[in-house]
Design a protein around this ligand. Structure first.
Ligand code: SF4
Length: 375
């Protein structure tokens, strides 16, 4: 089995009781069957305590009125871990914050930015992210309904997209435009034509004369788009409003969206344009508390594209995966802008980190939301 991970993977270490937003509160933790059986058969007095704190019908840990896991102590350490050791944890707790995508003979493991410590690590990553590969002998795994032929095209496509997204000679807007266009062209072929034709799409986006031509076209179209303040305003609003179609996981998320929306769009297209321009200048002149905005946007795009794109092998939704990545980074940028406006032209590293993990919690911890953002 081949394991692929981002190079910063080994930097992660849970901050446990020092964590500002523990992952053991705020949502229900689903327990896998094997762990439920272990908990059912745990002997002694602690076995009885343990069973009282588990909802075996729903297969989840009980929570208190603050939505904290019943095993989470006031000092934010896990009682189950302390009493029965690491091997007692269910798969959800043992894996988090790892995000695992399974393919035939391949396991891709990333770290989710819904964990504040992972968000911090990503914020510190300056160079383009590389991915490391390791072959571990776990035996061959057969996947039903897995199309290795289509998958190899997806891997090639993702490689091309990642090299576009990490091409720092191009503006972030051009990189995003190219990747979206490439996904759109791929989707047309997947729906109506032969997969072999995907190779023709790839040729237009690989390094060389064709890519240079695609870049020129992207710059032309983007320039016309940004010249039209009204169009830019409407596009930004439309993307932001998609967030209201998601299920809300944290209680104050809807209020947060409404506040951002009012700050961003309440003054109309011209005010929005001026604020955006001022923010762009602010980002250019001084890095925000040590953060280079272009590099951060690149890392976020790479994060979403790497984690989700090849999952299209299961649903053919190539364009949806890219749309989710681009829209996610667009709304995160809008949230940074809103926060900067609300704080009279100030934005801290902590603000940015908080926005990243809060958004990721809303999106990546809900299958319903992941699906809606890809539709
Ligand atoms: S959110 Fe991350 S750092 Fe915080 S407790 Fe969970 S795994 Fe640890």
């Amino acid at each position: 089995m081949l394991y692929v991970r981002p190079e910063y993977y080994d930097k992660f270490k849970c901050t446990a009781d020092r964590c500002e937003a523990t992952c053991c509160a705020g949502w229900q933790i689903v327990i896998d069957e094997a762990a439920l059986l272990r908990y059912k058969s745990e002997q002694g007095e602690y076995g009885k305590t343990l069973r009282r704190r588990i909802d075996f019908t729903e297969g989840v840990f009980q929570q208190d009125c603050r939505k904290r896991c019943a095993f989470l102590k006031e000092n934010n350490l896990c009682e189950l871990y302390e009493r029965l050791g690491e091997e007692s944890l269910c798969v959800t707790c043992a894996d988090y914050p790892r995000h695992i995508e399974e393919f035939e003979n391949l396991r891709e493991i990333t770290l989710t930015i819904s964990c504040p410590e992972v968000a911090r690590i990503l914020l510190e990553q300056k160079d383009p992210v590389q991915f490391t590969e390791e072959e571990i002998d776990t035996g061959e795994e057969e996947f039903e309904d897995f199309d290795p032929f289509f998958f190899s095209y997806l891997e090639d496509a993702r490689q091309i997209m990642l090299s576009i997204l990490q091409n720092r000679e191009l503006s972030v807007a051009v990189r995003v435009f190219l990747v979206q266009k490439m996904a759109e062209e791929m989707q047309d072929i997947i729906e109506v034509s032969d997969l072999f034709d995907l190779a023709d799409v790839f040729k237009n986006y690989e390094e060389g004369a064709n890519l240079a031509q695609a870049v020129r076209e992207a710059e032309r179209e983007l320039s016309a788009f940004y010249d039209n303040a009204e169009e830019d305003f409407l596009y930004s609003q439309t993307v932001f409003e998609r967030l209201y179609k998601l299920e809300f996981l944290s209680e104050d998320w809807e209020a947060h969206l409404e506040r951002c929306q009012k700050t961003l769009y309440g003054g109309g297209a011209e005010v929005y344009r001026d604020t955006q321009n001022e923010f762009k200048e602010y980002c250019k002149q001084a890095s925000i508390d040590g953060i280079n905005m272009d590099i951060l946007l690149e890392q976020l795009l790479v994060y979403f594209v790497f984690a989700y794109f090849c999952g299209a092998v299961y649903d053919d939704n190539v364009f949806g995966k890219i749309k989710m990545a681009v829209d996610s980074v667009t709304v995160l940028y809008q949230m940074f802008l809103a926060k900067w406006t609300e704080q009279d032209g100030q934005l801290s590293r902590e603000n940015v980190k908080q926005m990243m993990y809060r958004y990721s919690r809303e999106l990546e911890h809900s299958d319903v939301n992941l699906e809606r953002m890809q539709s």
